[in-house]
Design a protein around this ligand. Structure first.
Ligand code: GSH
Length: 371
């Protein structure tokens, strides 16, 4: 086996990577992220407790360790032959990078909310079964108390609180309606081949919003095509199938999702960028960026349901945004004009004038200012 994925079925970003590896048809085995595996493999290799981790047995002494679902996917894309999850054409590629960010860092809000509001006992049992596979079910449940406290306690930082719950649920249902409509016409976001954005959406939509029982019932009822898409994107595979739509077409459903990104997530990203700009002033190149830069007011929800709430300032998302702006900056004049038109038409014109606050890098599996 060439790759080992360390993760668990209950983990959001593990589902993103697992679905991708299966589609890409690379040989991999999955190792459950038990307590022992954290101690023996994850902490020594990564330096802090996080999944998914991928080890690539590439002939080097200990293999190459990869963390962060995006870095994992990019590494495999660079090493494995065959069709890519990155569209070649400018609009589709830019839209795919944006919607990966929307899935990873925005749909994580409903994913965490629904899990901890409606599926707590299920998730606690699953956490226990992952960490301590050899204990009895009751012991597993008890042993997961602390981890559940950590993860369920983190919803407040995402802006989930009694004031914002109705808005979060309304925005999620709106998202489901738009995506379900889209899937009435296309198998995936950009045609019949899954893109990096399909896997960005798969993270929250699979492990939490489909697999957690109460959330799964809701998704199957409100958006059965989304449920089937998530199952297909996560299914054991099948040869590298499908293609992106010709002529750099942006389907109307994708444009509507980009509008949701522009209306909901983009303002929070821009505010986060200002916080990073202030923080980064006077910091030496290479300095590690804290995971949270304090709190800010953020508007959450969709349309009439929007509310203002307190939320942690999470700079990591700006590293994903940098991928978007780097790609746009790499384009020649004609292609740039084409993507800018798409950004204007979807309400994301602010991305055109956006001046990144500081160059970011991932170093030692953490976010840091560029060297
Ligand atoms: N951006 C990271 C996120 C990874 C992540 O948040 N993983 C969760 C489990 S799904 C975790 O282990 N979190 C521990 C923590 O955030 O402290 C990725 O894409 O891999």
């Amino acid at each position: 086996m060439t790759y080992t994925l360390i993760g668990t079925p209950v983990s959001l970003y593990s589902g993103k990577v697992r679905g991708y590896l299966r589609w890409k048809n690379v040989a991999f085995t999955e190792r459950l992220s038990t307590r022992e595996v954290y101690k023996a493999d994850i902490l020594p290799r990564v330096g802090w407790p996080v999944i998914p981790v991928v080890i690539h047995e590439d002939g080097s002494a200990h293999g190459t360790t990869l963390q962060d679902s995006t870095d994992i996917i990019d590494h495999v894309e660079a090493c494995a032959p065959g069709p890519s999850v990155y569209p070649d054409t400018p609009r589709q590629r830019l839209a795919a990078l944006i919607l990966e960010l929307f899935g990873d860092e925005w749909l994580v809000i409903p994913a965490m909310h629904y899990r901890w509001a409606y599926n707590r006992d299920f998730a606690q049992q699953e956490f226990g079964a992952t960490s301590h596979p050899h204990l009895s079910p009751d012991e597993q449940f008890a042993a997961a108390e602390k981890a559940v406290g950590f993860f369920s306690g983190s919803v407040g930082g995402l802006g989930v609180n009694p004031n914002s719950v109705a808005a979060i649920e309304a925005a999620y249902e709106d998202f489901l309606a738009v995506f379900d409509d889209h899937l009435g016409e296309h198998d995936t976001l950009f045609g019949s081949r899954p893109s990096i954005a399909d896997y960005g959406l798969l993270g929250p939509l699979y492990a939490h919003l489909l697999r957690d029982p109460k959330s799964g019932e809701l998704m199957r009822r409100l958006a059965p095509r989304v449920a089937r898409w998530a199952e297909a994107c996560h299914a054991p595979q099948h040869g590298l199938t499908g293609d992106f739509l010709p002529d750099d077409e942006i389907p109307s459903g994708v444009a509507r999702l980009l509008q949701r990104f522009a209306a909901q997530q983009l303002p929070v990203l821009l505010d986060t960028a200002e916080a990073l700009r202030s923080w980064a002033e006077g910091q030496a190149p290479g300095t590690e960026v804290p995971r949270i830069l304090g709190f800010h007011k953020a508007v959450i929800g969709h349309g009439d349901s929007q509310v203002e709430t307190d939320r942690a300032i999470i700079p990591y998302a700006l590293w994903m945004l940098q991928r978007v702006t780097d790609f746009r900056a790499s384009l020649g004049a004609e292609a740039r004009a084409s993507v800018d038109e798409m950004l204007r038409n979807t309400g994301a014109a602010k991305l055109i004038d956006f001046v990144p606050p500081a160059r970011l890098q991932r170093r030692h599996f953490k976010l840091a200012l560029a060297d």
